[in-house]
Design a protein around this ligand. Structure first.
Ligand SMILES: [Zn+2]
Length: 58
């Protein structure tokens, strides 16, 4: 759904918030923006565990 007043959905803001944090699953990893199963997501760059993802609800 188009939101002309805001280019970011709440889910995308969540991804932006999580990006750059340390991975809660491993000590070496850091969360980076990526895609998971075709969705926008934040995943650990070490263990590849997705921490959040945005589903297209349209
Ligand atoms: Zn990790």
């Amino acid at each position: 759904m188009a939101r002309p007043w805001s280019s970011q959905s709440p889910q995308q803001q969540l991804l932006a918030t999580l990006e750059g944090r340390n991975c809660p699953r491993c000590t070496a990893g850091k969360l980076v923006r990526s895609t998971y199963k075709g969705n926008e997501a934040v995943v650990c760059d070490s263990c590849n565990t997705p921490q959040a993802q945005v589903w297209d609800t349209a």
